[in-house]
Ligand binder design. Structure first.
Ligand code: ADP
Ligand code: ASP
Ligand code: MG
Length: 480
């Protein structure tokens, strides 16, 4: 039994839908010959749709009603065009047309209330942002039926039961597993392919939530783990996980095999190809994840497995480089901090109370400064909280300064083979030095699978490219 997730570009337009239908039909045919047949499909919204929905809702909150009106008609056309080109059956097409119209009417109604109230709540935004998947999944199910696959749309609001955190909800796994098995296994056993909305879930009370941007990958892993499928396939627009973002490094190469831990590091530090939480459910169940290219389906892509199950050649050293943008480095500095216990605890205690995500921490041994990196959006609240926390220390000048440094990027160099391989740091800094790139801060995890560097926004692309060159990652697996 396999789980197949298709991302936004994989369902971006008519040709892509047709391609996905071929891939699924082929998988269904192949699977039917196995001992445990079954295919489960999860889909993202058509590319650009989630952004359009969110932007329109935000504009409505600011009093601008034009974007949601335009979105309503453009999104109707976008979905109907695919249905019109790929589904011949008039009844099926009319049914889908009504469904799109209902969803978009609801979207317009919501945006109207947002505009009247002048306020967009996190809860309201989750309702709006999940509507893209609630159109693309029924559409894909229809396209698959037109191709002769017994597909049926299922809303993940019925399956993934989450906590009530909006835009980043966590599944309540016991409930979710029970719902997935109860609802999906009978369908699969009767030869039906469930086509499920990615990204969305709902609370125990039925209130819509989302798993956070890019969360359809996570949906696939949750559902795949709940059903104990033999593989979770993530179909996207590149040949698997590459040594760097191909938009930044044109000669980036596919990594044929990675461990869950390596992928988790890469995703956490900005490799958009997988949502950072994707590996967790898969790893717990030991289910292999494959990242494949919808537009080059014969390419082997990347296989993600437990570290000791890897079968490919061991890479001694660096495997991949990522960059995570829109970060802010906060420094707490002062000579009076030296030897004063509890400064770090109080610093991170107050950061935690702001619920800010800390991506990197570095403290020099002289204890004269602590620096850490948070997303730009969280920085003002974090600085204000620290200023309040260290009010007295600032007044007495034990702490001289609490400062923010916006527009910085974390570049992360990842590879489990870096552990115990000498000379990596030297090579890394030589590469950056030779391009006159200033390294603002450095951190290395105890696992030695990751070295993170802070550089200025303007240096980020060059930093990634020069590290990629220095470690000759374009030559990785070149002989195979
Ligand atoms: P989908 O819509 O299929 O979920 P995403 O746009 O979320 O696709 O993720 C795929 C994109 O991730 C690629 O097109 C690529 O530009 C980007 N990306 C960033 N880093 C990497 C990497 N290391 N390997 C592969 N792709 C990467
Ligand atoms: N459609 C959602 C987003 O754009 C989820 C996803 O694509 O994974 O964030
Ligand atoms: Mg994605």
């Amino acid at each position: 039994m396999i789980t197949m997730k298709f991302g936004g570009t994989s369902v971006g337009k008519t040709d892509a839908f047709a391609q996905v239908a071929d891939i699924v039909a082929h998988a269904v045919a192949t699977q039917s010959k196995t001992d445990r047949p079954g295919v489960v499909v999860i889909t993202s919204a058509m590319s650009g749709v989630t952004n359009t929905l969110i932007d329109a809702a935000k504009a409505a909150a600011a009093g601008d009603e034009a974007p949601y009106r335009e979105a309503r008609s453009s999104l109707l056309v976008k979905h109907q065009l695919v249905a019109g080109q790929l589904i011949e059956d008039g009844v099926e097409r009319a049914g889908l047309g009504r469904l799109f119209d209902d969803r978009l009417r609801e979207f317009e109604r919501l945006c109207r209330s947002i505009s009247v109230l002048g306020e967009l709540t996190a809860r309201g935004l989750d309702v709006v942002s999940g509507m893209g998947e609630r159109m693309s999944a029924p559409l894909l199910a229809g396209v698959l039926r037109a191709k002769g696959v017994h597909a049926q749309f299922v809303d993940a609001g019925e399956l993934i039961i989450t906590d009530d955190v909006h835009d980043g909800a966590e599944p309540l796994m016991d409930l979710t597993v029970a719902r997935c098995r109860e609802r999906l296994l009978p369908m699969i056993e009767s030869g039906v392919v469930p086509v499920i909305t990615g990204f969305v879930g709902s609370t125990r009370k039925g209130i819509p939530t989302t798993l956070g941007r890019g969360g359809s990958d996570y949906s696939a892993a949750i559902i795949g783990a709940a059903l104990d499928t033999d593989e979770i396939q993530i179909w996207t627009d590149v040949n698997g996980v590459l040594t760097a973002d191909p938009r930044v490094v044109s000669n980036a190469r596919t990594l044929p095999e990675l461990s869950y831990e390596e992928v988790a590091e890469l995703a956490f530090y900005g490799a958009k190809v997988l949502h950072p939480k994707t590996t967790t459910p898969a790893m717990q169940k030991g289910i292999p994840v494959r990242v494949l290219n919808t537009f080059q389906p014969d390419h082997v892509g990347t296989r993600i497995v437990t570290a000791d199950h890897t079968s490919g050649p061991r890479v001694a050293g660096v495997k991949a480089i990522t960059a995570i943008r829109n970060m802010n480095m906060i420094t707490v500095a002062g000579r009076g901090m030296m030897g004063v216990p509890g400064i770090a605890a109080r610093t991170f205690g107050s950061v935690a109370r702001q619920e800010a995500n800390v991506l990197m921490i570095s403290q020099s041994s002289s204890e004269q400064s602590i620096c850490f990196v948070v997303p730009d959006a969280a920085a003002p609240a974090v600085v204000a909280a620290l200023q309040a926390e260290f009010d007295r220390e600032l007044e007495r000048r034990y702490i001289d300064e609490i400062a923010e440094h916006p527009d910085i990027v974390i570049v992360a160099v990842v590879g489990s083979g870096m552990k115990g391989t000498p000379g990596i740091a030297a090579k890394l800094f030589t590469a950056l030095g030779s391009h006159s790139i200033n390294v603002i801060a450095i951190a290395q995890g105890a696992s030695e699978a990751n070295i993170s560097l802070v550089v200025a926004e303007g240096d980020a692309d060059q930093a990634v490219r020069s590290i990629h060159d220095a470690f000759e990652l374009d030559q990785l697996f070149a002989g195979e």
